[in-house]
Write a protein that binds this ligand. Structure first.
Ligand code: GNR
Ligand code: NI
Length: 172
């Protein structure tokens, strides 16, 4: 297993629309394992492949709390089947937007179809943090960051600070 470097905004690669995965094979499982290890190390509750520079429609999530048993979930080629009318507000962060947080409103519940670690088709009805996280990660697959859901003024401020921090070599 290996830790992979995480891209940070405004890296243009984070705006790419990722490509469907053709086959869930051992090479892909190695990437999934490395992404999971990278996510736990960060630490984060989710990670999309594009955040480590790989433009494939693939993400990993573990929303288990600290001290709880790990519950890793792998989602390949995820598709939203249904979203609730009810919305939920969550103070989101992103490993690619380090040290910035903002409230984002999204559907409170979602139904998602995907392929699992073994390439088997699955469906999940997600609520709570898992629903928020799934939508945050699926946005990454379409080149969208949580800051794209907030005002242009706040987004501009965050991006300016990230650029400055990178210029000063002060990230992390
Ligand atoms: O670690 C993360 N926490 C988080 C909190 C609220 C909503 C979404 C997230 S995902 C984020 C990790 C990340 O950047 N995934 O893309
Ligand atoms: Ni993110």
């Amino acid at each position: 297993m290996a830790l992979l470097p995480i891209l940070t905004a405004p890296d243009p690669r984070l705006k790419a629309v990722s490509n469907p995965v053709a086959a869930v094979d051992d090479d892909l499982r190695r990437l999934m394992d490395d992404m999971l290890e990278t996510m736990y190390d960060a630490p984060g509750v989710g990670l999309a492949a594009i955040q480590v520079g790989v433009a494939k429609r693939l993400l990993v999530i573990d929303t288990a709390g600290e001290g709880e048993a790990r519950q890793p979930h792998f989602f390949v080629n995820p598709e939203i089947l249904w979203v609730s009318e009810e919305l939920a507000l969550y103070n989101e962060g992103c490993l690619s937007v380090p040290e910035h947080y903002a409230d984002v409103e999204r559907p409170a519940e979602v139904r998602v179809r995907y392929l699992d670690y073994h390439g088997n088709p699955q469906e999940i009805h997600a609520t709570g943090l898992l629903a928020t996280c799934l939508q945050h990660e699926m946005d990454h697959l379409d080149g969208i960051l949580f800051i794209d859901h907030i005002s242009a003024l706040k987004r501009g401020m965050i991006l300016r600070k990230l650029k400055k921090a990178q210029r000063l070599g002060a990230v992390g």
